[in-house]
Structure formats: C-alpha cells, structure tokens
Design a protein around this ligand. Structure first.
Ligand code: GLU
Length: 413
C-alpha cells in the first residue's frame, strides 16, 4: 500500500512558502491552491466472472490560465480525490516551470490494473470517458499516461472521444504511434531525468561518469531513466519494483533485469544473492537516489537514514514536507519533481502540437527540443537558486508560482 501521508501538506507547504517569499495576498494564495473543477463519477462494470464492480473515477482541472489543463490519468487502488487534487496542482507548477502553454490537471480510477483483464480495463476506460467527455478535449483538458496506464489506455480514450467529436488526436497524449502518438513519448520522462541530472552535475561539478545511482521503481519512468543514466556512464547499483530489489556494488546488469521483468514480471528470484528489501534501497549509500514510483516514500521516519548525496524526484511527490526539511538540514540536494520528471509532459506538449498542426516530427527534433526546453528550465532554477541562496525546490516553486500568477493577473478578474 502507498502511504497516504502528507502529499497535500507537502504541496501546500511549498506553495505557502513561495507565496510568502513573493509577498502574495492570502486570496491569491487560495486561488493558486484551489482547483478550478473537480469531477467524481461512479463507474459500474460487469467483471469477466459476471459480477458487478463499481469503481470511482476522478478528474481535477487545477489551473487553466496558461493553457488547457494537462496531466496524466492514474490507475491505482489508492487513488482518491485528495491525491488527484494534489497531483493536478503539481502539474500546474510543472507546466509553468518548463514554460509550455498548458495548465495543470490529473485524473485517476481507484482500480488495480494488474487485477483486471484487458476487456475489463477497456470497458472501464471507455465508460469513464463517456461520463466526462464534455469536460475534456484539446482546448480544455488533455489526459496522458501516469502510474498504471499506458499508450494502450490512451488509445481507448482517443477512440472513445473521437467517436463523439470526430477524429481528435489532440484530445489525449501518450497515444500509440499509429494513432498520432509522438515518437519519444514513452521514454520521455526517463530521458528527461537524464537531461536534468546531466545539467545539474555539469553546472555544479558533481560526479556523473561512474557516479552511483539507486533507482526505486522499475515501471516506465524507472526503466527509461536507468537506460538514460547508463548512457551517461553512471553506475546503477540498485533497482527495485514494488515487490523486490536488486543490489550490486559494482553495478547491476540492466539488460538482464529488463529482460527478466518483461518476460516474467519479476526483478529478482527469492534465492537471489543480491536481493534486498525495496525499502532498504532508499537508504543505500550512493551519489544519486532516484525515487521513481509513488508519492510519500521518503518520510520523517526514514529521511535521517537516507545516505544519498542527491535525490532526483522521478516520481511526483516522493518526499514529504517533513522529510524535505530534514534532508535540507542534512545538506542533501533535491532536484524537485516539477523539474526532474517534466520530460513526459514536455513531449506530451510536442504530441499535442503535432496533432493540432497535422505534423509528424522526426526523433531528432523531439530530442533536441526536449533538451532545449528542459535544459532552459533547469538553468532558470539553478540561476534563481544561486542568486537567492534558495534550495532547488523553493527556487523552482518561485519561478512556477510567479508565472501562474502573471497569467492570472493578465486574464483580469
Ligand atoms: N503523468 C506525467 C506527469 O506526471 C505526464 C503528464 C502528461 O504528459 O500530461 O508529468
């Protein structure tokens, strides 16, 4: 089970601190905190065994002043309104920080996709879209993959939405290539993590080639990040999924792990000598720790034992606000989620642009534009942090929050 700790207070804490530094009024702070629209629907489906099951579906549109709301759709048993609301707020800050013309949204269904058949998943997805299609679309709210969803789910959303409105590829991103998906979207978040680490290490003279990394989570983000970091010459000493973890001081065999995970759904066997408990991975001595799965995994309880020098937030909200304070006091650097994992939404933006313009970009263009946009955002954060003495998360929040406020002011009230 994911700990349901202080994700809300984490976002609120970071937002409140930014608003205080920027001298914003209490009402502006509320406006930046509250969601513009929150939807909850009940979705009944008939399971393959003939029984009725009811799931709850959520979509939150947090902020649309800078552009249509943008953000993923999460399938996980712990999804609820509180979590979706927080994740939607983070998307507003992420799109603002990387300065793409989009707002923030998020959705989810409280299901365990590993326990549903493909037919059940498709039915659930299509019924969800039937219920909420009036509120989403290329100019209002654009979904994408998140934890527990993938290109196939986005394909069903595209199909269901297009059945009502006509061919509308720009209504959802992260689609299969055959339906107008963008080349490079699947690996984009992991690839972006590589760019963020490279820019950070180069700017501050931190180790890169041969630097040790522990990666928590081996889904889309963790796997593609591992590949990107290997290409940078970094040494991946540990990898985990929700059930197990592998540790090798001289570096794991990534290709073998990917093969085993794909073929058998497992990272390690019960009798593997190099196995360790997933929670132990977070406390390994390493240069970089990459939490790349769910939120709230680094808490007040384990933060004092985190031995990594630098934490790079591949997941959304992996560090609670208490842990953030403890780590800061201990001198651990955190490259925040709204920067580190923004590669996904940046390439989603490229997909949306390609769909609207009926264009298909070559991979080189996707890669170079991603490096340009993410690189610029990273240096904006580093410049601001250096000029003010703020930590990277606070610097990132100040930039993002002030961009959203500028748009809100410009729209008039
Ligand atoms: N779910 C991803 C995120 O949290 C991607 C969102 C998107 O592409 O819209 O950033």
């Amino acid at each position: 089970m994911t700990p349901r700790l202080s994700m809300q207070s984490a976002y609120e804490t970071f937002l409140n601190a930014a608003c205080a530094r920027l001298g914003y009024s209490a009402s502006m702070k509320s406006l930046l905190s509250l969601a513009a629209l929150e939807i909850k629907v009940e979705i009944p489906i008939v399971r393959d065994n003939g029984e009725l099951a009811i799931f709850s579906g959520y979509r939150v549109q947090h902020q649309g002043a800078r552009g249509p709301c943008k953000g993923g759709l999460r399938y996980h048993p712990n999804v609820d309104m509180e979590e979706v609301r927080e994740l939607a707020s983070l998307m507003t800050m992420k799109t603002a920080l990387v300065n793409i013309p989009l707002g923030g949204g998020k959705g989810g269904i409280d299901c365990d996709p590993h326990k549903l058949s493909v037919r059940e998943l498709e039915t659930l997805t299509r019924k969800f879209i039937k219920r909420i299609h009036r509120e989403i679309g290329p100019n209002s709210d654009i979904m994408a993959p998140d934890v527990g969803t993938d290109a196939r789910v986005m394909g069903w959303i595209h199909s269901e939405y297009s059945a009502i409105y006509g061919h509308s590829p720009a209504a959802v991103t992260g689609k299969p290539l055959a339906l107008g998906g963008s080349v490079g979207r699947e690996k984009a978040t992991g690839h972006g993590i590589g760019i963020a680490i490279r820019e950070y290490a180069t700017r501050y003279g931190k180790p890169l080639k041969g630097a040790t990394v522990a990666i928590e989570g081996f889904g889309n983000v963790g796997l593609h990040a591992a590949q990107a970091l290997c290409e940078l010459g970094m040494k991946i000493i540990a990898v985990s999924d929700s059930r197990s973890a592998v540790y090798r001081e001289d570096g794991v065999d990534l290709d073998a792990l990917i093969k085993r995970k794909k073929e058998r759904g497992l990272l390690c066997e019960a009798n593997d000598l190099d196995a360790l408990k997933p929670a132990q991975l977070l406390e390994l001595d390493c240069d970089y720790l990459l939490p790349a799965a769910l939120g709230n995994v680094i808490t007040a309880e384990n933060a004092p034992r985190v031995a990594a020098r630098i934490i790079v937030e591949g997941a959304n909200g992996p560090v609670t606000s208490d842990a953030d304070r403890t780590l800061k006091e201990r001198g651990v650097v955190i490259v925040p989620d709204i920067l580190a994992n923004a590669g996904g939404v940046i390439v989603s933006y490229f997909e949306w642009v390609q769909n609207l313009q009926r264009e298909v970009w070559p991979p080189e263009k996707v890669d170079s534009e991603l490096a340009r946009i993410l690189g610029k955002a990273a240096h904006d954060v580093f410049d601001h942090a250096d000029a003010t003495g703020l930590d990277l998360r606070s610097a990132a929040f100040d930039i993002a929050v002030s961009r959203v406020k500028e748009a809100l002011d410009a729209t008039g009230f």
